[in-house]
Design a protein around this ligand. Structure first.
Ligand code: ATP
Length: 382
């Protein structure tokens, strides 16, 4: 970067420090000490700044007043860091309006991700994929037509292609009866549930499975199922339009319980919702949904409930604000577009014989015992 340009970039940054109140005031003359800018690099897609806060400066000021950085640098910015050292990007490009789902390309980035969730691409064209084992429980929310169902389809299709049925078991609840028919007879799918009445026994059984897994952890004196000598499958419970369950207290209590203790036991939630509802997303459940994908929604009240303020301003279908613990700020992401037809073709290769011709594989010996108590899986076999 030439010297003049670097100087201008530094000046902009000092302006953002000033407007956001990010400085210490010292001495009788009230001298301002700003964060130290270590480098300014002009990259292909962005200008990258590295800076550190002076000791004693509260990093929360940066988070709280981040709006001032937007005012100075515009919409397409990103900040990474925790207490002292920060990396800040100002992007020069905007996101693509459509991104075709491409599993082969995504899977090259899955090294180290045991349960990979692909969110999409960010402003730098970088694939944003994360591991659900370390970032459990996902909320996908947005108004009708914003791209939620497409994202659910793509997330589930990716999981199915990545893990074998003995490593991943899916429980799919389709309260609108609109989406999950695609997954019927896929080997990983343990049940497809379309009403609260069908869901309750399944959740009670999952609770027993969690208790069993908890006992195994106690006995082996380990804190996560991945540390057990015998590998247990991850369980993903996906509920499309969870708000329809708002008056089902027993169900919501069990869902909340999974959100609270499922992480170590390998039991994860994916919840989707059209109209965010405080009654459903109360404090406890909401806090445990550590990842939020906020697609376009009606207004700021809705986007605040989701935890992605600003998503009410999104225009394009498939565009979201992503809240992931690793990022200090929300990240704008374009999600992959996977059409129903393409998903059908992909899933064809993972289907087994119709249920009437096969016996469901139990989770484990413990589940076989439960299964004889209550054959909840009948609902899938219609
Ligand atoms: N990732 C994407 N990229 C481009 N276009 C998309 C994407 N996702 C969705 N769309 C477009 O938006 C339309 C609606 O998407 P989708 O059905 O996923 O929305 P939705 O939020 O689930 O709506 P509903 O709640 O009514 O089911 C799709 O038919 C497609 O044309």
């Amino acid at each position: 970067m030439n010297l003049w340009r670097e100087l201008m970039s530094r000046k902009q940054m000092i302006k953002a420090f000033k407007y956001s109140g990010l400085y210490l005031t010292v001495g009788d003359d009230e001298r301002k000490i700003f964060p130290k800018i270590h480098s300014v690099q002009n990259r292909k897609y962005s200008t990258e700044y590295i800076f550190t806060l002076p000791n004693g400066l509260d990093p929360h000021i940066l988070k709280k007043n981040f709006f001032a950085f937007h005012q100075v640098f515009g919409k397409n910015i990103e900040l990474k860091g925790d207490y002292k050292k920060f990396e800040f990007h100002v992007y020069k490009v905007s996101l693509p309006a459509e991104l075709n789902y491409d599993y082969a390309a995504y899977s090259e980035h899955f090294g180290g991700l045991d349960l990979p969730i692909v969110a999409g691409v960010d402003l730098a064209g970088k694939l944003i994929a994360y591991c659900m084992v370390t970032n459990p429980h996902l909320l996908i929310a947005g108004e009708t037509g914003s791209g939620k169902s497409t994202q659910l389809r793509s997330v589930l299709s990716t999981l199915i292609q990545t893990l074998s049925p003995d490593r991943l078991q899916l429980y799919l609840c389709d309260l609108k009866r609109s989406e999950f028919y695609l997954f019927r007879n896929v080997e990983h799918v343990q049940g497809l549930f379309v009403s609260a009445r069908e869901m309750l026994p399944m959740l009670q059984q999952l609770k027993k499975e969690m208790q069993h897994r908890g006992d195994l952890l106690d006995r082996a004196e380990v804190s996560h199922i991945d540390e057990l000598p015998e590998k247990l499958p991850y369980i993903v419970l996906c509920i499309d339009e969870v708000a329809l369950l708002q008056d089902e207290k027993d169900i919501m209590t069990l869902v909340e319980e999974i959100s609270a203790i499922g992480r170590a036991l390998g039991v994860f939630l994916i919840l989707s919702m059209q109209r965010p509802d405080r009654k459903v997303l109360d404090g406890k459940l909401k806090n445990n949904l550590t990842v939020r994908m906020g697609f376009r929604c009606a207004d700021l009240i809705n986007s605040r409930i989701i935890g992605t303020p600003g998503s009410e301003k999104l225009k394009e279908a498939g565009r979201m604000l992503l809240k992931l613990p690793a990022f200090i700020d929300l990240k704008e992401v374009q999600s992959p577009y996977l059409s129903t037809d393409k998903a059908k073709k992909i899933l064809e290769g993972y289907k087994c014989a119709p249920p009437s011709d096969r016996k469901k594989q139990p989770l484990n010996a413990y589940e076989s015992e439960l299964e004889s108590e209550n054959d909840i899986f009948g609902v899938l076999k219609r």
